[in-house]
Design a binder for this molecule. Structure first.
Ligand code: AFP
Length: 279
């Protein structure tokens, strides 16, 4: 696992340099989710592919920016799914973005996830790596320095509601509004990595990206985005569901499969389960 951990750190440093570019323009091509790729999306994807290609324990990779999974070698045990630059549409407005990695053993199935990691490229560059524990690192003098372990409280006060509100189900709007009536503060940037990072570091709350009338299976991708954060939130003492089920029990029908998702501390997820149980 150390060789994978090191390859992620090398990738993050190169991506940090790549982000500091003038070229935040769109490329001619689309990814498998129908999104126009930024040149940066493609550059970051190639950086990670190149770093992972040198790691003998990696069998296969899958990327949000690639149509199909790519097998490097049959001998490796690990399957890694990654989103090279999540929230890339925010780079041109200089908001925080991130990279997300899900590390699976023997196949791309949530039940086979053994570790996950994300990098936040914000005012500072931070990394969160979860295996048995959830650990925070800060990039200092070109090296990631261990800072502390992360634990979620039972209840938080931050609310990050994703999805286009006009396409929300009425019961979802009622749920989101009920948290604001309880005094929760709105914290939503449109970047999943900084939004979930804030809730993790500030002790708790709720991030939601539900099924909507325009996206009945949600928007966020299971292998690259949803399962990695579900692993981190569960290891940090929180929970992650699709409204009814633990996200880490879900099957994945294809590489770019999506799911509604709710990440939070225990109190907020119990509230979601109560609201969604008869839906
Ligand atoms: P991009 O990578 O296209 O910027 O999308 C970001 C993202 O995947 C995730 O980071 C956000 O939480 C979510 O999409 C934002 O989606 P909405 O713009 O529909 O709220």
């Amino acid at each position: 696992m150390n060789d994978i951990f090191n390859a992620i750190q090398k990738s993050a440093k190169r991506i940090k340099d790549a982000i500091d570019t003038k070229d935040v323009g769109y490329s001619e091509s689309e990814n498998s989710s129908g999104e126009i790729q930024l040149q940066l999306d493609i550059t970051c994807d190639m950086i990670i592919e190149e770093e992972f290609s040198h790691v003998p324990s990696i069998n296969t990779i899958a990327s949000e920016e690639k149509k199909d999974a790519l097998c490097f070698r049959d001998s490796g045990d690990y399957f890694i799914a990654y989103d090279p630059l999540d929230g890339s549409s925010l780079v041109d407005v200089n908001l925080s973005v991130g990279s997300i990695f899900g590390i699976y053993k023997n196949s791309f199935e949530a039940k086979n996830m053994v570790a996950s990691c994300y990098i936040v490229y914000g005012p500072r560059v931070e990394m969160v790596f979860a295996c048995n524990k959830v650990k925070l690192y800060l990039l200092q003098n070109h090296e990631f320095e261990y800072i502390k372990e992360i634990h979620l409280n039972e209840k938080g006060n931050l609310n990050a509601p994703g999805g286009t509100q006009q396409n929300w189900q009425p019961y979802h709007k009622k749920l989101v509004d009920s948290f604001f009536k309880e005094g929760y503060r709105l914290r939503y940037s449109g970047g999943m990595v900084p939004d979930l990072h804030q809730i993790l570091l500030k002790g708790g709350g709720l991030f939601s990206y539900p099924a909507t009338s325009d996206k009945p299976n949600g928007k966020l991708r299971k292998l690259f985005e949803v399962f990695p954060f579900a692993f981190i939130y569960s290891k940090a003492g929180g929970s992650a569901i699709d409204g009814k089920n633990n996200l880490l029990t879900l099957a994945c029908s294809h590489v770019h499969d999506t799911s509604p998702c709710f990440f939070g501390s225990k109190y907020e997820i119990t509230r979601v389960l109560d609201e969604y149980k008869n839906r």
